[in-house]
Write a protein that binds this ligand. Structure first.
Ligand SMILES: NC(=O)c1ccc[n+]([C@@H]2O[C@H](COP(=O)([O-])OP(=O)(O)OC[C@H]3O[C@@H](n4cnc5c(N)ncnc54)[C@H](OP(=O)(O)O)[C@@H]3O)[C@@H](O)[C@H]2O)c1
Length: 428
């Protein structure tokens, strides 16, 4: 089993039963990820059509605004769909958006049975499919894996329940939770598969955020690289085109503008990468991509009024000025990024950004990639929690999963209040 399959198995474990339906739904969930990077603000959706138990069609929602997974699978199956079954992770849509309703396509194709993973949280269509399909004589089974469907599409559910981007804080840590050795050395704590998972997160999030300290220490390119992505996705990598996230640097004093070479270096790195990319890195959302506003490829966020006067910005670079009420507020940053059309944010560190984020309770999900190394007590920690007397007084993660990733182990879980909201939403 490759690492991506292992991740999906861990996510589906609590709802999994040894049935044909559950096996096929896992397959559909994996398939749906072929839309990663191109369907936001829509969800990842995959569909399988079966006739007499044999697969006759499969489809994925690949690009925002284009064909839905159910129609793609039905088009492949053609008349063989008559009297057959369709498996789809998300309840079929029942409204006219960029595409006609999938309920209509299912009825017209003569499908006998629909098996779906979870309800769609979008109020325009939520829970509408079942009555329409049943009225037309179609049997409807589901939700079969509501929690796994929501978890693999957490930014989509988060947006509909909170109208804010989902924020994943991802850190590579040693066994004792250190980000780097005392010297600041942290490259590469994780192995190839663990780093591959980091590239998968870049591909599946709309924007990636780092602090200026990390830019100055590591000069990260913050791009998705195909070879590393393949370390995590294995053969599934080939179902996916690369797409670069918007890059956000948290730089309260706009220090970067006093160090032009950093910005130039970033741009040079991006140009070099362009040769190895399936899509160009600049203005990635313009050509042939979903039109959802102009998301700059590089956003530098800092204190209002702190940027030097007359600063020259490269094309596609934006300054975001945040109010300074003692500390910059992450909520304000997320709201502003949300207004660009960004629905998911990956925060990659460093230590001070992670501490502030935890302190302000401004993240949704924490992904720790744990490496089998010790970096010592004077290494850089990320937890701001001080003076706790009892275990139950501290923050904890809900619904955690642990997945082996080569020589690393991923531990991933959600902040309690968000999870409570999601579970309530699922039972609505
Ligand atoms: N293992 C990993 O996963 C990982 C990942 C990334 C980086 N790292 C390591 O972490 C180190 C860099 O960490 P770092 O702590 O030096 O830098 P950093 O966290 O990357 O950036 C720090 C900057 O962010 C500012 N900041 C953060 N939150 C803020 C808020 N709410 N309001 C205002 N300013 C805010 C800090 O301001 P103040 O100066 O005012 O605090 C500072 O200017 C490097 O050694 C790097 O290798 C490790």
């Amino acid at each position: 089993m490759n690492p991506l399959e292992r991740l999906v198995r861990a996510i589906t474990a609590r709802e999994f039963r040894s049935t044909r339906e559950h096996e096929l739904m896992c397959e559909v969930l994996i398939m749906s990820l072929a839309g990663a990077g191109f369907v936001s603000p829509n969800p990842f959706v995959g569909a399988l059509v079966l006739a007499d138990g044999a697969e006759v069609g499969r489809g994925v929602h690949r690009i925002f605004g284009e064909e839905h997974a159910e129609r793609a699978a039905l088009n492949m199956a053609r008349q063989r769909a008559q009297g057959g079954e369709i498996f789809v992770n998300l309840e079929p849509c029942n409204h006219e958006g960029n595409q006609p309703p999938c309920t209509k396509a299912i009825i017209e194709a003569g499908i006998r049975r629909v098996i779906f993973g979870g309800y769609d949280p979008n109020p325009l269509t939520s829970r509408q499919a079942r009555p329409v399909l049943e009225e037309a004589g179609v049997e409807v089974v589901g939700p079969l894996m509501a929690f796994a469907t929501a978890r693999l599409n957490d930014s989509y559910y988060h947006w509909h329940y909170c109208e804010r981007p989902l924020v994943t804080l991802k850190l590579a840590v040693s066994l004792e939770g250190r980000l780097s050795a005392a010297s600041g050395d942290s490259q590469w704590i994780s192995g190839k598969v663990g780093r591959g998972y980091g590239h998968f997160l870049r591909q599946t999030h709309d924007a990636v955020v780092v602090g200026v300290g990390t830019v100055l220490a590591d000069n990260p390119r913050l791009t998705v690289r195909g070879a590393l992505l393949a370390e995590f996705m294995g053969e599934y990598r080939h179902r996916l085109k690369l797409r670069q996230p918007a890059r956000v640097i948290l730089d309260p004093g706009f220090e970067l503008f006093h160090r032009r070479e950093v910005e130039e270096e970033l741009e040079k790195g991006l140009r070099e990468e362009a040769e190895h990319l399936d899509t160009p890195p600049l203005n990635i959302f313009r050509k042939g991509m979903p039109v959802r506003g102009e998301i700059p490829w590089l956003i530098i966020a800092g204190r209002a009024g702190a940027a030097p006067a007359g600063v020259r910005l490269l094309p596609g670079v934006a300054l975001l000025e945040l109010e300074d009420k003692h500390r910059l507020s992450f909520d304000e940053l997320w709201e502003k990024l949300g207004s660009y059309g960004i629905r998911s944010v990956l925060v990659e560190g460093g230590a001070r950004v992670a501490r502030e984020l935890i302190q302000q309770r401004a993240f949704t999900r924490l992904d720790l990639v744990i490496a089998p190394v010790l970096l010592g007590e004077d290494g850089l920690g990320f937890s701001p929690v001080l003076g706790l007397k009892h275990v139950e007084d501290g923050p904890d993660l809900k619904s955690p999963i642990a997945v082996p990733l080569g020589k690393n182990v991923l531990v991933s879980g959600y902040r309690t209040d968000w999870l409570v909201r999601m579970v309530k939403g699922l039972g609505r």
